[in-house]
Design a protein around this ligand. Sequence first.
Ligand SMILES: [Cu+2]
Length: 265
Amino acid sequence: MRTIAFHRNSVRTPRSALTLTTIGSHVVAILTFIFVQVFLVGRVDEALLTFAVVEFIVAGVIAVGWRWAPALGAALHSFMIVGNLEPLLYELAHPENTAQFGVMTVLTASAIAGTVTGALATIQNYRVPATERHAPRWLRGFLLTLTALCAGAILVAAIPRETGAAVSPEVLAELPAVTIADYYNDGVIRVKAGQLAALRLENTDAVGHSFDVDELNVHVAMPGNTDSLALFVAPETPGEYRFYCAPHYDKATGSGMKGILIVEP
Ligand SMILES: [Cu+2]
């Protein structure tokens, strides 16, 4: 009986502060993915649900207490950053889409916290006896700083700002439209060479998109559930140009949200 009790004790060592922080960072990520589906997308999104489930499984594996498990958390968190670098940087550079900016800020902070604490927890688990796995002195300050940075960034992003060109909804409604369907079906938009082009950018999605034509130096944000205006002078020479959504188009492979802008004579 004594052997069994001893065995049980040795398996169920208390989780270190670093390990608990790693689990906490996964919980923050899971809550954020749920928040996005409930409040921003308004429905279950397969990709986001998958992310949440994977985060949940990894958090569970770490909670079991295996020594190597926090490394798995660190790997998942750093993968979340590296694997989504392009949309991540885009959203972080566009605080005018406040909701998405806030979500990306929180996800980035939780991923940074999870990567750092997961890696250190693993090292500690192998080097330090279970009873002496104390929290590093800087941990509290590190977490407080990340939280304060998040809150500050979101507060600044939430300050209302002047939008570029003001145009009445009636006028906007009359303009030729670029729709989300155009983006998914390689839609064709036609404008007249040398003339001022005014397009209604119709974003019926909850998430933000953008209208970008590199050759014409046109870059217009399309906040969620909003009609925006693209105003530019079409080039004198007729031709075909690629328009695309910056966060959801991969220039290297040419896949994602895109269409063709035809400049007609
Ligand atoms: Cu998009």
